[in-house]
Design a protein around this ligand. Structure first.
Ligand code: HEM
Length: 152
């Protein structure tokens, strides 16, 4: 029966790279993640769209880079080095869809300069989902999107 086969099929939402256990790729090293993050923020600070936002908001760049390196180490290698609340600072920033697009394009370019394409892909499928989550939360906070049903 067609209906029975639909019921048995695994839902697509099951396959979320953000909740998959284990390292995202066997060839990713913490030292390369540190290089990616340092290079990315050096470029982001100089970027005409992202630079003004970052330079106004970040006081301590060493602390920011360390925090983001721990964040990506936890996401990509499951090291558990980051246990903060990544969304919070973004809710207060003047960021729009164009900033997220630019952030993702610059992050992808930087990852491609450091990693082989399969590894860049593993970073990007996670970065896009996180950016989508942030964008949805920002839209909800600003009243552009209805609050989720469980919170109404
Ligand atoms: C338009 C894009 C973005 C801008 C302008 C932006 C800017 C910022 C700023 C200003 C902070 C606070 C830094 C500080 O006070 O030291 C921050 C924190 C952070 N950002 Fe972003 N961000 C963007 C997108 C993203 C994305 C896409 C990710 C993840 C994929 C991300 C991950 C983080 C994390 C993990 C923190 C640290 C949060 C904490 O523990 O306090 N950001 N970001």
């Amino acid at each position: 029966m067609r209906f029975a086969s639909l019921v048995k099929r695994k839902p697509v939402l099951d396959d979320n790279p953000l909740t998959r256990p284990g390292p995202a790729h066997p060839d990713i090293k913490d030292a390369d993640i540190a290089r990616l993050v340092t290079t990315f923020y050096a470029r982001a600070r100089e970027d005409e769209i992202l630079g003004p936002i970052f330079n106004r908001a970040v006081d301590d760049w060493d602390h920011h880079i360390e925090q983001i390196t721990d964040f990506w180490s936890s996401i990509m290698l499951r090291t558990g080095r980051y246990s903060g609340r990544p969304l919070n600072p973004h809710l207060r920033l003047p960021i729009e869809a164009e900033h997220f697009d630019r952030w993702l394009a610059l992050f992808e370019k930087t990852a491609n300069d450091i990693f082989q394409p399969e590894i860049t892909h593993e970073f990007m499928i996670r970065a896009r989902r996180i950016a989508d989550n942030f964008e949805l939360a920002i839209g909800t906070m600003r009243g552009e999107i209805r609050a989720p049903r469980h919170a109404r």
